[in-house]
Each structure stands twice: as C-alpha cells, then as structure tokens.
Design a protein around this ligand. Structure first.
Ligand code: FAD
Ligand code: UDP
Length: 391
C-alpha cells in the first residue's frame, strides 16, 4: 500500500515525493509516462557528449530564498545570468529592450533620461491595460511593438497579442538603462551537474519508488494507494468533461555543429523571420567546454505535447470549471503547470509544491472530504471506492 501515488516526475511531483518521503515518512510511488524523470526540465548528454535540454532552454531564476535554499540541498550551482539578443532589421540587439537596443537600432546616442523621453513620446495611451498588445504599446509604442513583439507572439501562440492576457508579454520588461540581463531575480544559477542529476537526488530515498514509461491509467486499478497527487493536464484527468483546455506545443530541432561557438548570445530570438522563435546554444548555459556545440530551434505548434497553458480570459473561465471539479475531488491534489493551468516558471512550481506539502501535512489528521458532487468521473469513483478510510 502506497500512501501517495504521484503522477508526473517533474518539479511538482518530485518535490512532493521528496518532502512526503523524507519529512513525513510516507511511502510514495511516482509514475511518469515518459522514459525519464525531471519532466520538461530533463537534460542529458547527447551523442557527442554535450549536455542539452531535451525540451528547450531551462534557466533557473527566483526571488524566493526558500525555494533556492530548498533546491540547494540537492544540487550545487553554477552562477549564470541569462542574456538574449533579438534579430531585428538585420541587427542583433539586446532583448529586453534597453538603452543599447534603441541606440543600436536607430543609430542614436541617447542617455537614460533621453530614452525615457523617447519612450514617452512614442507610447500609446491605453486607458486600461488588458492585453499583451496593450502592455507593450503603452510602454514603447507601436513601432517597437511590431519589431519585437507582434510577430514573435503570433508565431509562439498562434494568435495576436491583442487576444492574449497582459501577463504574457509582461514577462519581458522594458529598461532605460544598459542592463541586458533577461532576468533580474536575486538568485540566478544553473544546477552545476544538470537538472536530471538534481532530480535523481530529489528522488533518491527508500520510501520513493519511480515507475517510468507508465501512464497512470494503466496501473491505477492494480496498485493500492491512499491519495493521489496529479501533475498532468487537468482537463485530461477529467476526460475533457467540459472540453479541451488549449495548450501550446513546440517542436524542438536539436543539432550539433562542428564548431566551438555558434551564437553571439546564449539565445537569439527571431521575431520576424523564420518559422522558429529562437535558437539556444547550450554550452553558454551550462559552461561546458567542448570542441563542438549543440543548439536547439523551437518551432511553435498547436498540436503535440502540452507545454504552455494559453493565458486568456475564455481559457481561465474553462479552467475554473475544472478547478471546481478538482477542488471537489476527494484524495486527489492537483499541482504544477499543467494541473493548475498556470504559466509558471520552475521556481513557482517548486513553491506551489512546497505549499501543498504544508497543506497536506497540516490536514493529515483530518478525514478525507466527501465529494460535493456525486461521481465526478469514473476514475474518482474508483478512487473513493479504494480509499481504506471509507471501506
Ligand atoms: P512537467 O515538468 O510538465 O511534469 C509533468 C509530468 O507529468 C511530465 O513528465 C509528464 O510526462 C507527466 N504526465 C502527464 N500525464 C501523465 C500520465 N497520464 N501518466 C503519467 N505521467 C504523466 N521555467 C523556468 O523557470 N525557466 C526557464 O527557462 C523555462 N524555460 C522553459 C522552456 C520551455 C520550452 C518550456 C516548455 C517550459 C519552460 N519553463 C521554464 C517552465 C518549466 O518547464 C515548468 O515550470 C516546469 O517544468 C513545470 O513542472 P511540472 O512538474 O509542473 O510539469
Ligand atoms: N516575447 C516577444 N518577443 C521576444 C520575447 C518574448 O514577443 O523577443 C513575448 C512572447 O509572447 C513570449 C512572451 O513574451 O511568449 C514571454 O517571453 P518568455 O521569454 O518569457 O517566454 P518563454 O521563455 O516562457 O517561452
């Protein structure tokens, strides 16, 4: 009998497995349908021996001391501050847009005060900033919006920025100084030996069993457990009862090149050209020395593995219906980027998992709740039936 069945060996599932096993002495089974742990943060050495991120570049950054200290028990770090160039009008310029971006793009020599005036002169008045278009045009005006954001966003999301919540382009700031870092968080670092090694250490405990290549549907009837933690797509869990939640996918094209360095920056964004959005050179992230170099192109797609929840009002409303169902489902806890339909970075998922752990341990003496609506799904019924507290 397992205390917990955890579906998904990504950040959400692995952090909870670690806490429950080491702090609460719970017996945990972690299943993942993929053939590896670490979820989308999975990295591995490719056939040339270069460390690459299978699912695109993952850069760790956080303002949370708690999250950083927690993960530091499982990895050493390589200090790393991420930098991105955007290919615009035939030039490579810093992204996020900063003082140097404007000076290079327009052949100017403005200082910080002058560039602030410049932004004010081109910014459009938007009474209420609601969409991802509003965010950018209200700060830097339409021309820069079109050069840097409009086409990238259309490519990445398959829709216009005016159709997306403001939170999407708000992830990228505008600066009037020369700071060309992509993030300004207090803690910015890469796991010294990679993400997968960190996950191996998270999951290395006698109370934790890991089953890979296993869809939970295939084992749920055979393996006894008390509670479930679910980190996959929430709509799939409920058999798409209210319809499909849109997720955006990507195709990753990995290449190894017979040259020591390829890009002028760790990542180069292509807002206006090509079918891909960006190219990443992994050695720049990991610091690995190697005579060859490995890169990845990201091609956005509508179909495929679900990578990004799509932040817009109608999707939030649909998600809220699923959330209600999730809240009413006894003995199942939903956590992570797919299960809570949130465009979360890794550190936010770790924080969410640590919060859920606290909640689970605080209520561990309580009896499981009864479902508020009878028989949410066949699966839930099965799980209620096997709950030893009820049988
Ligand atoms: P996941 O990592 O998706 O794990 C969920 C797991 O559940 C998966 O392994 C899946 O196989 C498994 N699963 C699903 N359904 C089933 C089932 N039926 N049975 C068994 N297993 C199942 N964040 C950052 O902080 N910095 C970055 O630079 C960054 N870059 C990113 C780049 C890309 C291209 C993408 C897509 C994401 C990026 N992220 C980044 C976000 C980061 O990947 C996520 O925040 C984090 O990995 C989410 O962890 P999770 O555990 O919620 O989900
Ligand atoms: N974005 C853009 N141009 C860029 C970089 C980002 O338009 O050069 C927009 C785009 O909509 C993107 C969002 O800002 O999806 C968030 O960018 P981020 O780099 O955070 O995306 P992620 O790394 O999560 O894919």
């Amino acid at each position: 009998m397992f205390d917990y069945l955890i579906v998904g060996a990504g950040f959400a599932g692995s952090v909870l497995a670690e806490r429950l096993a080491t702090r609460s002495n719970k017996k945990v089974l972690v299943v993942d349908k993929r053939n590896h742990i670490a979820g989308n943060a999975y990295d591995h050495y490719n056939e040339d021996g270069i460390l690459v991120h299978k699912y695109g570049p993952h850069i760790f950054h956080t303002n949370s001391k708690d999250v950083f200290e927690y993960l530091s028990d499982f990895t050493d770090w390589r200090p790393y501050e991420h930098r991105v160039l955007a290919s615009v009008d035939g030039q490579l310029v810093p992204m996020p847009i900063n003082l140097d971006t404007i000076n290079k793009l327009y052949g100017l020599k403005l200082n910080s005060f002058e560039v602030e005036e410049f932004f004010e002169s081109v910014a459009e008045k938007v009474p209420v900033v609601k969409t991802s278009e509003d965010v950018v045009v209200s700060k830097v005006g339409r021309e820069l919006y079109e050069k840097f954001f409009r086409n990238y966003t259309r490519k990445q999301w398959g829709m216009d920025p005016s159709e997306l919540d403001k939170s999407v382009t708000s992830r990228v700031p505008t600066r009037t100084n020369r700071d060309d870092r992509y993030f300004t968080d207090t803690y910015q670092a890469m796991p010294l030996h990679g993400y997968t090694r960190m996950f191996e250490r998270l999951l290395d405990h006698p109370n934790i069993k890991v089953m890979l290549n296993t869809d939970y549907h295939d084992i749920i009837d055979f393996i006894p457990f008390k509670e479930m933690i679910f980190t996959g797509p929430v709509d799939e869990f409920f058999d798409f009862k209210y319809g499909k939640l849109p997720y955006r996918s990507l195709e990753f094209k990995h290449e190894t090149l017979n040259t020591e360095n390829y890009l002028a920056a760790p990542v180069v964004n292509y807002p206006n050209d090509n079918l891909y959005t960006r190219i990443t050179e992994f050695k720049a992230l990991t610091g690995q020395q190697h005579p060859k170099t490995a890169i990845v192109y990201e091609y956005p797609k509508a179909e495929g593995d679900p990578y990004y929840p799509v932040p817009r009002l109608e999707n939030a409303e649909l998600y809220n219906q699923y959330k209600k169902l999730a809240d009413e489902t006894p003995n199942v806890h939903f956590v992570g980027r797919l299960a809570t339909y949130k465009y979360y970075n890794m550190d936010q998922v770790v924080a969410q998992a640590l919060t859920l752990y606290k909640k689970l341990t605080e209520k561990s003496d309580e009896k499981p709740r009864k479902p508020a609506i009878a028989g949410s799904t066949a699966l839930v019924n099965k799980m209620v039936a096997r709950d030893p507290a009820k049988s």
